[in-house]
Design a protein. Structure first.
Length: 735
């Protein structure tokens, strides 16, 4: 066969693929027989082991390329694996079975389509086609697609498929609250419709492959004999269907090597089951576990901090990373007063490092939630430091932010046609294409703004009554909001607009994974407005920000979420927002309990181990959330960092900080009380009961000033040198 190797390869030398491997790596490469789990810690040379293991099996003559199955999680990883093995062998390798679970399943199904009720030329539907098909089924059942968007129902169906559940295997109680209780019936209809169309979706590729293997023992045996060696990368990210697929294929010979890291399992929201890797020894009796613990990336202090943190998780197999590189800097932990100061601190650090010839490209700010990037983007723009957002658009480019700003623009400038056009039917107001075309036609004919055209049309019979009533309500809303511009604080008005327009409610009712993050972004947007004198001033600022995109250099600071950072590494990593409720995220704790906390801790571990040379963790005493200042407690993860690996400095008077060192028992004592009571435990000034508007006070950071307003445990103060600030009352005293 064209893909076979010569039995006696001439080049390269048989041991070349083993050169430079450490003892554990060699063990992982040479352990070719039976089930093997390679626990590959962060930065331990996992990819090198994968490539060397494949090459070793080929060079030892244990198998030919087409006798091996290598499963990756991305097509890019599959291509890299092929290229690097070819580089070690000194020749192209053809005939492999290497790729993602979906790609490999599709290849198998093309050869056995009839066995699962398909023709070999079946179509694989993309997300858009899936949603359109499901929309037809929802409408046929009389289900309101505004209340239950197709993507929401599809997400439920895909989760069942990730668990290997066909409609007949789903219990009646599951999903009973979705689609008016009809989601299970819709799942069955959806599958029938797919068969009629000779089509599958991505979930079906695994599901039907399982059906094939479980229903046809001869076919299963054929593939079990064919794939004498099976290799799986990122095993901690497999879902139930993928796990069952692998077990069936490896059942006869047991030559299954899974490579992964239980401490980096952070994708449960995508269906990943960390239990798959934790159960490996019981699932595959006699399995050998090889731990790759020598790290080639980070300093001992970074590894010590990460290892000490993750040791608090109960659901793990256990390993301790170590390195032979120089000690390096300790992980720094800094407490600041608020988010704005946090952004200033990080910005100053970036400038200082860059002045010392540190590449911007080798620095990253890793946040827990997408809304956190705004303050860092604003600060970097102010400093003139180029940056890039990885894994998503910049803050002001995000869809929900653009929508909200379009509402603000129409209030400030009624003739802003582009803004009006963007949101006239967002959220949906029952305006069809014909109605919108009529509006545009009148505006062009008369040379007037769209809003003025709408005003004229709602006084005529040119458009249908329902659409006319909807547009009339919208015009009344805009007039009311516009009338409040001079009388209501603009941040409060912005929140009112988003609520009364139905835009906030639209995302609250949206069941997608992205919806909570979009709501967080909207809250951050409203909070940002408070920093400006007027709504118009804010809109001008946004316009300037959007224009300030320096594409002249590829050397840019990287901003991304912690989830998006997995697999990447940087010389310097900034980890802001380590506060209770933000990290660990309250939603994870509320929905998943202890399992959610452990995944959040794994996410913190991933963040720390992205750093090669230095890491800076920051937390703030207060943040503006939902347009209100809220006290914040340092994350419990900070307490869990080993003291000998970190250098903790807080502002004088902030959480026991004295400008150097720390009081770790202070943070533990704080955590025992409710969030609302935290400020009252802070190292005090005079106390809230002693303060009044007009009183001259002293603040340890900002100096002398007079109180302009008091709101609970917050005060607005006009400082003599620092200007107008909002501070915690607990940190001021009578002058």
């Amino acid at each position: 066969m064209s893909g076979s190797l010569d039995p006696h390869p001439i080049a390269p030398p048989a041991a070349a693929h083993l050169d430079g491997l450490n003892e554990s790596q060699l063990e992982a490469v040479r352990a070719t027989e039976g089930p093997v789990l390679v626990l590959a810690g962060a930065g331990t040379g996992k990819t090198r082991v994968l490539i060397s293991r494949l090459s070793h099996i080929l060079l030892e003559g244990k198998a030919r390329p087409f006798d091996m199955l290598a499963v990756t999680f991305t097509n890019k990883a599959a291509r890299e694996m092929k290229d690097r093995v070819a580089g070690l062998l000194g020749r192209p390798v053809e005939g492999w079975w290497i790729g993602t679970f979906h790609a490999l399943s599709a290849r198998i199904l093309r050869s056995h389509a009839e066995a699962v009720g398909l023709s070999p030329n079946f179509t694989i539907l993309d997300t858009d086609d899936q949603e359109r098909l499901l929309k037809q089924l929802l409408e046929a059942e009389g289900i309101d697609v505004k209340k239950w968007p197709p993507r929401v129902v599809l997400a439920v169906i895909q989760r069942w498929k990730d668990r290997g559940l066909t409609p007949d295997k789903v219990t009646g109680a599951e999903g009973s609250e979705v689609a008016d209780g009809k989601v299970l019936d819709l799942y069955g209809q959806y599958q029938e419709r797919l068969r009629t169309l000779n089509a599958v979706d991505f979930g079906d590729l695994l599901l039907l492959a399982l059906e094939l293997f479980q229903g046809d023992a001869e076919v299963l045996e054929t593939y079990q004999r064919k794939f004498r060696y099976i290799l799986v990368d990122e095993y901690q990210d497999t879902n139930v269907a993928q796990y069952l697929w692998l077990r069936l294929l490896a059942r006869s010979h047991g030559n299954l090597c899974c490579v992964g890291d239980d401490d980096q399992s952070i994708y449960s929201w995508r269906g990943a089951e960390v239990g798959n890797i934790l159960r490996f020894e019981s699932d595959f009796p006699g399995a050998r576990i090889v731990r790759l613990e020598r790290n080639y990336r980070s300093t001992p202090h970074i590894l010590g901090a990460a290892s000490g943190l993750i040791a608090n998780n109960q659901g793990r197999l256990g390993k301790t990373l170590w390195t032979e590189v120089n000690e390096g800097e300790k992980v720094r932990v800094r407490g600041v007063w608020d988010g704005a100061e946090e952004a200033r601190l990080v910005g100053d650090e970036i400038e200082a490092l860059h002045a010392k010839d540190q590449s911007l490209d080798e620095m990253a700010v890793l946040v827990r939630a997408g809304f956190q990037t705004r303050e860092f983007e604003e600060r970097l723009i102010t400093l003139g430091v180029p940056y890039r957002i990885i894994g998503g658009p910049r803050f002001y480019e995000r869809m929900e932010i653009r929508d909200a700003i379009a509402y603000f623009r129409v209030v400030v400038q009624p003739s802003d046609d582009l803004a009006f056009e963007r949101i006239v039917n967002v959220p949906r107001r029952g305006l069809g294409t014909a109605t919108l075309q009529t509006v545009h036609r009148l505006a062009r004919a008369e040379g007037i703004a769209l809003t003025l055209a709408v005003r004229r049309l709602i006084e005529s019979d040119e458009i249908r009554p329902r659409a006319r009533a909807s547009l009339a309500r919208l015009m009344v809303d805009f007039e009311r909001w516009r009338s409040l511009l001079d009388t209501m604080p603009h941040a409060e008005l912005a929140g009112l607009m988003l609520d009364e327009s139905g835009y906030t409610e639209m995302w609250k009712n949206h069941k997608s994974i992205e919806a909570p993050g979009r709501l967080d972004n909207l809250s951050e947007l409203v909070a940002a407005l408070a920093e400006f004198e007027t709504l118009g001033g804010f809109l001008e600022h946004v316009s300037l920000v959007m224009e300030n995109d320096d594409n002249a250099t590829d050397d840019k600071v990287n901003l991304m979420t912690l989830h998006g950072a997995k697999g990447l590494e940087f010389d310097t990593v900034f980890l802001p927002g380590w506060e209770e409720g933000l990290f660990p995220h309250q939603r994870a704790l509320d929905e998943e309990g202890e399992a959610g906390l452990e995944e959040e801790r794994r996410l913190a571990y991933v963040g720390l181990t992205r750093a090669r040379r230095r890491a800076l963790i920051t937390f703030a005493a207060s943040r503006r959330i939902y347009n209100q200042w809220q006290s914040a407690l340092p994350s419990r993860f900070i307490d869990e960092l080993p003291a000998d690996c970190i250098d903790h400095v807080a502002e004088p008077g902030l959480y026991g900080g004295q400008g150097g060192g720390e009081d770790r028992s202070w943070r533990r004592r704080q955590r025992a009380v409710p969030l609302a009571d935290a400020a009252r435990l802070a190292p005090p000034g005079g106390g809230e009961e002693d303060l009044a508007v007009g009183l001259r006070i002293f603040h340890q950071k900002f100096g002398y000033g007079r109180i302009a307003a008091i709101d609970g445990d917050k005060a607005e103060i006009d400082f003599e040198k620092a200007g107008h600030k909002k501070v915690m009352t607990s940190f001021v005293s009578r002058a």
